[in-house]
Design a binder for this molecule. Structure first.
Ligand code: IZC
Ligand code: ZN
Length: 424
């Protein structure tokens, strides 16, 4: 009998999210999270070797004197949460924007005045790679503490070749050093930097001709993303950048239809993007296209909340149409300083009207699909990476109900207990 190194047992509820490693969940599938009562997970090394009812797992896997046993009685066990959209690496902060927004200033208005993203670009350019790593480590520690075990991280506050490389190098080192696994996205087309203000087409050319090939050569990012938005990058510019990225082997993401309905969702589907993100202003046609495509619709309701918007992404219509919906934090210094997926799921339930089960599917297996990692993470299945969280919640509905509290009690990343682990 195979011996387990780690055994989590007697969970009141264990949600496996199993059966969707090949294709993301859509429609009613989102509501079924594969609950096992009195559930257990057995781990050897960094891999899951058994999942099921505790009695069943104990009959298949040996627990010797060296096996660490965590009793999860009365608690909820989920796969480690996956955050598929963050702007993790940056310097500085923009708390002053809060009062500007309270007084009625819009996000794009602040950016047009040279603030917003461009303020973070100034701070990030002035920071060393080591400064960026130190700051991001603090944010990653907070994320892990709240149950996030895999995250995407975008560049896009450098906006010159050297500065973008500095950000991507920092992300690579963070991926190596920190328990949270990072998937890197190159986002040189996040904003037009001040030195190109009067010649944005030349900046697009710089992204296409210099930045993309260098980032590809150095294998510094899996994905390429563009902020396709009025006053930022047009649909035509976004298409050219993303097509060039695709030709170099990048997988694609788009900041699509966040504030103005430009057709970003349609562009994402046209280019075969892995995800279309935001979608607060997605058109009916965009919803239909997403429903027919493999492109994952990544919704970021904490951003709408922080922007004090009155229009949330149409999650119910997307789910009803058959789109594969995921959730992410959008953690960044401006539009969304929230890095807790527990909070994001809580907002998704209340404002997107997603059910607790749908929110969990969206922040685990579907989120893993949105970053191309569903083969390794996002569900509790034999052979997958042993990333799991024990929540101080008697059932999965309770996790959403206790909005604002951090209920992640024990976090296990690649088979290693990285938080808690005191339940004997
Ligand atoms: O720093 O404002 N929306 N990019 C697009 C952001 C928000 C990040 C920021
Ligand atoms: Zn974003």
């Amino acid at each position: 009998m195979e011996q387990a190194d780690l055994l989590v047992c007697h969970a009141a509820q264990l949600a496996t999210l199993a059966g969707h490693s090949q294709r993301p969940k859509r429609g009613p599938e989102l509501g079924d999270i594969g609950i096992i009562e009195d559930g257990a997970v057995a781990v050897r090394g960094d891999t899951i070797i058994a999942v099921g009812a505790t009695s069943e797992v104990l009959s298949r896997v040996g627990a010797g004197p060296k096996t660490r046993v965590l009793e999860a009685g009365g608690r909820l066990v989920l796969p480690g949460l996956v955050d598929p959209h963050t702007h993790l690496v940056f310097a500085g902060s923009r708390e002053y924007e809060l009062e500007m927004k309270i007084r009625g200033a819009g996000y794009l208005e602040i950016l047009a005045r040279g603030g917003g993203i461009l303020d973070t670009v100034r701070a990030t350019r002035a920071a060393s790679r080591q400064d960026l790593i130190r700051t991001a480590t603090k944010y990653l520690d907070q994320m892990l503490d709240q149950g996030t075990t895999t995250a995407e991280a975008k560049s896009g506050y450098g906006l010159s070749l050297a500065e973008e490389l500095k950000m991507l190098d920092a992300a690579r080192e963070l991926d190596r050093e920190h328990p949270v696994d990072l998937v890197s996205t190159f986002m040189g087309a996040h904003a037009v930097p001040p030195e190109y203000r009067d010649r944005p087409e030349q900046f697009v050319a710089l992204v296409i001709d210099e930045m993309l090939p260098t980032v590809a050569n150095r294998q510094l990012a899996d994905f390429c993303d563009v902020f396709c938005e009025e006053g930022v990058f047009s649909v035509d510019q976004s298409r050219r950048i993303l097509q060039a990225a695709k030709n170099l082997g990048f997988r694609l993401k788009i900041h699509a239809d966040e504030i103005i309905s430009l057709g970003g969702a349609e562009l994402a589907v046209e280019l075969g993007a892995t995800s279309a993100d935001h979608l607060m202003a997605v058109s009916d046609q965009g919803i239909r296209r997403l429903a027919e495509a493999d492109t994952v619709a990544v919704l970021l309701p904490a951003t709408t909340f922080c922007l004090m918007g009155d229009r949330y992404a149409p999650a119910r219509r997307l789910i009803a149409a058959g789109a594969a919906v995921a959730l992410a934090s959008d953690f960044n210094p401006g539009s969304c300083p929230v890095n807790s997926l527990q909070i994001v799921m809580g907002i998704a339930c209340r404002q997107l009207k997603m059910t607790p089960a749908e929110a969990i599917s969206a922040a685990t297996i579907n989120a893993a699909h949105a970053i191309g990692r569903a083969g390794a993470v996002g569900s509790l299945e034999v052979g997958k990476q042993a990333d799991l969280v024990i929540f101080d919640a008697p059932n999965y509905q309770y996790l959403m109900y206790r909005f604002g509290a951090n209920l992640a009690e024990t976090v296990i990343k690649s088979g290693r207990v990285v938080k808690g682990g005191t339940q004997q």
